[in-house]
Write a protein that binds this ligand. Structure first.
Ligand code: GRF
Length: 201
């Protein structure tokens, strides 16, 4: 059976593209059935449109409250009956309505090695701290900021002459490979969460 993925994006969507490319092979075991965003006019949405994947946009500012936005997002995602929801560069925290509806099958990718450097500035914070390695983390989304159970991690070196941009680009190359590998295995083999630990298969 092919797993149904709904992917949420906020930006360039290179992680989404990596998933779309992987899903082109039936042996991958998953298909992207919809792409959602919290803003319009982004390359992430164009990437979905180019391959005929349905898209939807829900902007926080179009709702009376953050909770109303969160509930609407939960409904829009649910309409596509996903087996897995992938937050791929989605720059909003999902709330309690979303997690009540979809919790346990929502994963997010973060450009740092959790539990270090949570939040919006993972690459900049790692550079500032002076770590010699950093990377990316795929985790099961919980109510915290990048605190969920870890599904996969990948490590990259920090080079002496790195800028935030060069470091983030190096992370993103590894992040896309990690995402494609882990989501494919989750789709094909399933996964079990026990306490803090995630086991695929
Ligand atoms: C990724 O590094 C993601 O972890 C971070 O923002 C980046 C999104 O990149 N939150 P893209 O939109 O997939 O190209």
């Amino acid at each position: 059976m092919t797993a149904r993925l709904v992917v949420l994006v906020s930006g360039s969507g290179t992680n989404l593209q990596a998933l779309l490319d992987a899903c082109a092979d039936p042996a991958y075991g998953a298909e992207v059935v919809a792409v959602g965003a919290d803003r319009g006019d982004i390359e992430g949405l164009s990437r979905a449109e180019r391959v005929g994947v349905p898209t939807f946009v829900l902007k926080v500012g179009d709702f009376a409250t953050r909770e109303a936005w969160d509930a609407a997002l939960a409904e829009s995602v649910a309409a596509y009956e996903p087996d897995l929801v992938v937050l791929a560069g989605f720059m909003k925290l999902v709330g309690s309505a979303f997690l009540t509806r979809h919790g346990g099958r929502v994963v997010n990718t973060h450009p740092a090695l959790s539990p270090s450097f949570p939040g919006m500035h993972g690459p900049a914070d790692a550079l500032e701290y002076g770590v010699k390695v950093t990377g990316a983390t795929l985790f099961v989304v919980d109510p915290g900021v990048d605190t969920g159970q870890i599904v996969a991690q990948t490590v990259v070196p920090v080079e002496d002459d790195d800028t935030v941009e060069s470091l983030h680009e190096r992370i993103k190359v590894a992040e896309r490979a990690m995402l494609v590998d882990a989501v494919g295995r989750m789709a094909r083999e399933g996964f079990v969460v026990t306490g803090r630990r995630v086991r695929i298969g």
